[in-house]
Design a protein around this ligand. Structure first.
Ligand code: ATP
Ligand code: MG
Length: 397
């Protein structure tokens, strides 16, 4: 049988004139994601994307699983293609959905017809196939309102397609369709979620992590790379930038007032992230900050940290409760890694009494003892690039 996968486009369909551009991004992302699973034809028509294997022995289950995490897809379903003939459609439905039809007690048939040359209307086709299935499976009750199984028939240009219930896709917009951004990725619960959320809005992501060896261990770095690997299921291929942060933190500790340690450290993160973003043609920075969560996430603190970035700082979690963030972290499969007990550089040299309502001029003054430019340059020069590919990575559960 011509086993295949049908994907319904999500928000992409709403985009009017941009539709083609979004659709191209989406099919490109899908093609790239399918590479490890064999050779496929990917075609888009009327907001449906057809994924057909071009060779025997492709792992369609694995391909389906990978596509569940591709942004821009509203629903997915395994389907089978057949000749556009009512008798063939019926036969295919019986063969393909036999197991499902035996397992349920109620069903309905829903047909769509975009090929107006087909000899039956959609209602006639549904009635014909529904009637025949009822005879073939006498235990089945037709139920138009809440059927256990809906048999979907679609008569399109190239062929007819039969499928059962679709499953929800990842939603959102195709990665890259709205540009790119640098995401500040710590090992915590929040920043993997903020990264996921902005990738869902169509941003290609460059994760940046600040690493304070030996104050934080090699394991802390591995943890962040693991989190980024998990995110590749959604974000696709990524290059993680690991930035050495130790010298900056030591300088801050030696030369700045303790109450401003965290805020000054954050300003360095922003400056460096901003530089990396601009070098890579990114339009924004992303953080996992949430209003009032800690001393460095008050409005005043955000103003002081945002002030050194030229690019806009996107904070998708700013209005969310921790519980809501945790729910998403569990859904995307990052939570268990995030709660592993390796220290983040933020917990190194934490002030006993951080300033919660810092004023920008005071922070600037506190920072004046540092050679900011040289420190930023040194950190940028020492950064390490880690390439992550979803092909070799894993899928969240
Ligand atoms: P998270 O759970 O994301 O670590 P958090 O609630 O622990 O967040 P902070 O530690 O104050 O909050 O960090 C706020 C934001 O700053 C993080 O969400 C992240 O975007 C960024 N950040 C913090 N530490 C690092 C780091 N070591 N490398 C890169 N970004 C970081
Ligand atoms: Mg943190």
């Amino acid at each position: 049988m011509n086993d295949m996968i049908l994907l319904k486009e999500g928000e992409v369909v709403l985009k009017g004139l941009n539709k083609r551009y979004f659709e191209q991004k989406l099919t490109q992302n899908i093609r790239r994601r399918l590479k490890p699973f064999g050779s496929f034809r990917v075609t888009a028509m009327q907001s449906v994307i057809y994924v057909e294997p071009l060779e025997d022995g492709v792992d369609l289950d694995a391909a389906f699983e990978a596509l569940r995490y591709v942004f821009g897809v509203m629903t997915l379903t395994r389907a089978v293609a057949c000749e556009k003939d009512p008798a063939m459609i019926l036969r295919t439905a019986k063969e393909y959905l036999d197991e499902d039809l035996r397992a349920v007690s109620s069903f309905k048939v829903e047909s769509k017809r975009s090929d107006k040359g087909f000899p039956m209307t959609s209602i006639e086709l549904s009635q014909f196939v529904g009637g025949e299935l009822n005879e073939a499976y006498p235990h089945l009750k037709a139920d138009m309102r809440t059927p256990e199984l809906t048999v979907h028939l679609e008569v399109r240009e190239a062929a007819a397609y039969v499928h059962g219930a679709p499953v929800p896709g990842a939603g959102g917009m195709p990665v890259g369709s709205n540009g790119a951004a640098v995401s500040l990725l710590s090992g915590g619960i929040d920043s993997p979620v903020s990264t996921y959320m902005m990738a869902k809005r169509g941003l290609r992501i460059i994760p940046v992590h600040f690493f304070s060896f030996p104050y934080t261990s090699e394991l802390a770095k591995e943890k962040v790379i693991d989190l980024a690997k998990q995110l590749t299921a959604y974000c696709g291929r990524m290059f993680v930038e690991i930035v050495p942060f130790t010298h900056i933190q030591e300088e801050i500790r030696a030369k700045c007032p303790e109450e401003y340690f965290t805020i000054i450290m954050r300003r360095f993160m922003m400056r460096i992230a901003d530089e990396i973003a601009k070098k890579n043609g990114c339009g924004a920075l992303i953080t996992g900050e949430s209003l009032g969560q800690v001393a460095s996430q008050t409005m005043e603190a955000m103003q002081c940290t945002g002030a050194v970035a030229e690019l806009p700082v996107l904070r998708p979690l700013v209005g969310m409760d921790k519980e809501e963030v945790i729910r998403i972290a569990r859904k995307i499969g990052t939570f268990d890694t995030s709660i592993l007990p390796y220290e983040d550089c933020c917990t190194v040299f934490t002030p006993r009494h951080p300033c919660t309502h810092p004023k920008l001029p005071n922070v600037e003054e506190a920072e004046a003892a540092l050679d900011v430019e040289a420190l930023v340059r040194e950190a940028l020069d020492g950064r390490e690039l880690v390439k992550l590919d979803p092909r070799k990575g894993f899928q969240p559960t």
